[in-house]
Ligand binder design. Structure first.
Ligand SMILES: [Zn+2]
Length: 354
């Protein structure tokens, strides 16, 4: 029982179960990070809000104290965070859940040291049409208040500082002149607090079927620094999709790059010349699906992996890249993983510091 995860297993099933249990029982195991990475951040406010599974407006709460979800309408009434993740990702069995956790912590499954391919992109969690329409309208309203990035504005300054030598800012990156930033209420049942309005970098996320499913917001100061708020980078409530990309440019050749962060993607484009689509987080990246309209033109997907430092045995960047490569291989799409050599570096750091 002393072993945790790395030894080859002669009994795959029990080895996997042990890994999951050992991981999740560690005192430094952090469910909130796992759920945030899965794209559920907007449900983790600790206050009442819409339920990701049955909708509504204030029937749901993810208690940060109890680390559990509660819903007044869902027949189960709630459950532990593992149950939340399983439902949120649309997993149908414990195996998929355990694989997800292991992938998050960069522990490879299987007996050959091969990352287990993720099953086909899990179905979107159910969200009633009304709420979906509301979320969509909200995202469209944010987008319609944006304008083109101009030389010297907050977004232009922010990106040029992060990525020295950046020549071209894709048109899909736009600036919102004064976007409201809300903090969660101080106590349960309280009202959200309007912290202020900030210039913000806005990018839209599309799923493989070309539907708008997310909006990414980076709150800035007018001189291009990150705004002094708790979470300067946020996604919107979205429509529950866990496979999307911020499409920074349509590929003109046969190569498309994918990455996690927006800055990493821009830096990779600067270095390599082809468009690179950021996918927000390691989990969303590992779920990337090449849109149908690109299947005939794109012959190679280059995966720019974040080479994160080990944290609690986790190398999420590398694990996500390997999982995506394996999934693309099954779909007969060629891929290549590019990693910055320095541990802890991403492409933006490489461009900035050589
Ligand atoms: Zn519910």
């Amino acid at each position: 029982m002393g072993d945790t995860s790395h030894a080859p297993s002669h009994d795959g099933q029990s080895q996997r179960l042990t890994s999951y249990e050992v991981l999740t029982s560690r005192s430094d195991f952090d469910w909130i990070s796992v759920l945030k990475d899965a794209g559920a951040e907007s449900y983790l406010t600790g206050r009442n809000g819409p339920c990701p599974f049955c909708g509504g407006t204030d029937r749901f709460q993810f208690s940060l104290k109890k680390v559990a979800w509660f819903c007044r309408v869902c027949p189960e009434g709630g459950g532990p965070p593992s149950d939340f993740l399983k439902r949120y990702m649309g997993y149908t069995c414990f195996q998929q859940l355990a694989d997800h956790i292991r992938r998050f912590y960069g522990i490879q499954a299987g007996t050959q040291g091969e990352v287990q391919p993720r099953p086909a992109v899990p179905p979107m969690p159910k969200q009633p049409a009304m709420d979906k329409a509301k979320s969509l309208a909200r995202m469209e309203a944010i987008w319609s208040s944006t304008r083109e990035v101009k030389s010297g504005d907050a977004v232009d300054r922010y990106l040029r500082f992060r990525i020295p030598g950046l020549k071209h800012i894709p048109r899909e990156i736009r600036i919102h002149p004064a976007l409201e930033y809300w903090d969660a209420p101080l106590e349960s049942g309280g009202r959200p607090i309007l912290v202020g309005k900030f210039p913000a970098m806005i990018v839209r996320g599309f799923d493989a079927d070309n539907n708008l499913v997310q909006v990414h917001k980076t709150y800035l100061t007018s001189d291009g620094a990150k705004a002094a708020v708790k979470h300067p980078k946020k996604t919107d409530v979205g429509v529950g999709s866990n496979s999307f990309a911020f499409r920074l440019g349509e590929p003109i050749g046969h190569t498309l790059g994918v990455a996690e962060g927006i800055e990493t993607a821009l830096a990779a484009t600067l270095l390599d010349g082809h468009p690179v689509w950021p996918c927000h987080s390691s989990t969303i990246l590992s779920n990337f699906v090449l849109p149908e309209h690109l299947r005939t033109t794109v012959k190679m997907v280059i995966i720019y992996a974040d080479s994160d430092e080990m944290k609690m045995g986790r190398k999420a960047g590398s694990a996500a890249a390997a999982a995506l490569a394996s999934k693309l291989r099954q779909e007969r799409v060629r891929s290549m993983i590019v990693r910055p050599a320095k541990v802890g570096a991403d492409m933006a750091d490489l461009v900035a510091h050589g």
